[in-house]
Design a protein around this ligand. Structure first.
Ligand SMILES: [Fe+2]
Ligand SMILES: [Fe+2]
Length: 407
């Protein structure tokens, strides 16, 4: 049996991908195609699009299945699962996995021209080339000669690198993302199923939308729903209800409270590797956040995603999301409301939660002090890493309310 592997980041998958896979399949005539979106590719910066959505968007490749060139097509989440387990994956690892799983079959790997040109920088490339045959697909119109020359150097026997028909459809996901953000119409470049998911999830939102209307509360709720499991979505809904109630009691804008609450845990179920990548990619706008304890990353990442991907412009909302697990010196009313709503949401049952919830409705500062005191003691008791921001927040509040009492 011939198996053709087609991998990529697919952020988003586009008509160029479908075209290239068709060309590679026409050359190889595989019995089965495996489309495999990358987890966090070691040689590329990961995107902010959740892996589960890239996987879902890859459903568009099913349109090619059942044809003469592609009798069977499977979409595999293997590399995504590897990344979720924190395993750094290379193409060589994936192909080795396939050769073990299908010992009697022949594995082909579709590679774009840019990949072929840098192939000898890939991890274990010689081993990889021994384990499979490459099918090179042109991505640019004039790159044939460079590709042939490279192939001759990589494989002097000429047996291991095949060429698909020369019919390049130049198109890149990065350019499409940028075009979508500029609000350009990309209907011709994207399969309909992909366009539907992009619209549903608010991916690659146009800059115009960001500038003028930002993210609506309904869109934020939708984001929470699509990105969280049932239990955490339920928690988020409770946080939203309490945050709105506290905002009404204490004279804060309930809409801001609702928006911040829907967003606060939207990065909580992302794999650690993706969170780390987001922090590293945004190290300039957030001061070395990866050095802070891991449990606080999800708030920082949610704020980064809200700002860079979902069009949230309101700095107060972004700040409240960012510091919802830690607090910070100079907390605003909205920061305190979200922090307390998260800590005392209706489904919480830790000893003392009811008293703190009642106190939050009466006196935000007193409740914040008690909440930080509780959080700091809890982390210390558990032997966890204490975020310096929490201590700074506590000391700042203490100074404002009572004087110089030290921890
Ligand atoms: Fe959280
Ligand atoms: Fe939460």
């Amino acid at each position: 049996m011939r198996i053709l592997l087609y991998g990529g980041t697919f952020d988003p998958p586009h008509n160029g991908h479908l075209h290239n896979l068709s060309l590679a399949a026409a050359r190889v005539r595989p019995d089965r195609v495996i489309v495999m979106p990358a987890g966090v590719p070691p040689h590329k910066a990961a995107s902010a699009t959740p892996a589960a959505l890239r996987l879902e968007m890859c459903g568009c490749f099913r349109a090619l299945a059942g044809t003469e060139a592609i009798p069977q097509l499977e979409i595999s989440d293997w590399e995504i699962r590897q990344a979720e387990k924190g395993i750094k994956n290379y193409t060589d690892t994936t192909v080795s996995m396939l050769t073990e799983a299908y010992p009697d079959d022949k594995i082909y790997l579709a590679v774009g021209s840019d990949m072929l040109l840098t192939f000898d920088r890939w991890h274990q490339w010689e081993h990889l080339l021994n384990n499979c045959q490459l099918v090179a697909v042109s991505r640019e119109c004039d790159d044939r000669e460079a590709l042939w020359a490279k192939a001759a150097r990589l494989d002097p026997t000429g047996a291991r690198i095949l060429f698909a028909a020369d019919d390049a459809m130049p198109m890149a996901s990065s350019q499409l993302r940028a075009a979508l953000q500029r609000g350009e119409d990309c209907t011709d470049a994207l399969p309909e199923s992909v366009r539907r998911i992009i619209a549903r999830e608010g991916l690659y939102l146009p800059m115009e939308t960001q500038k003028h209307s930002g993210l609506t509360i309904a869109q934020a709720q939708q984001l929470a729903k699509s990105r969280l499991g049932e239990k955490r979505y339920h928690h988020t809904e409770n946080v939203k209800n309490l945050a709105v109630e506290l905002a009404q009691i204490h004279g804060e804008d309930p809409e801001k409270a609702a928006l911040a609450a829907w967003l606060h845990d939207t990065a909580k179920e992302m794999p650690k590797a993706e969170l780390l990548q987001i922090l590293q990619d945004n190290v300039i706008i957030k001061n070395n956040p990866a050095a802070r304890p891991e449990p606080v990353w999800h708030g920082i990442c949610a704020a980064i995603l809200a700002q860079t991907q979902w069009g949230v412009q309101d700095q107060e909302v972004l700040d409240a999301v960012e510091c919802h697990t830690t607090g910070r010196p100079g907390m605003t009313k909205l920061d305190k409301i979200l922090f307390l709503a998260d800590m005392t949401s209706a489904e919480r049952s830790w000893p003392g939660v009811e008293e703190l919830r009642a106190l939050a409705k009466k006196d935000l500062d007193a409740a914040m002090l008690a909440a930080l005191d509780h959080t700091i003691s809890f982390v210390r008791q558990q032997g966890g890493d204490l975020d310096p921001m929490s201590i700074a927040a506590y000391e700042d509040l203490k100074k404002q309310t009572e004087g110089n009492h030290k921890l």
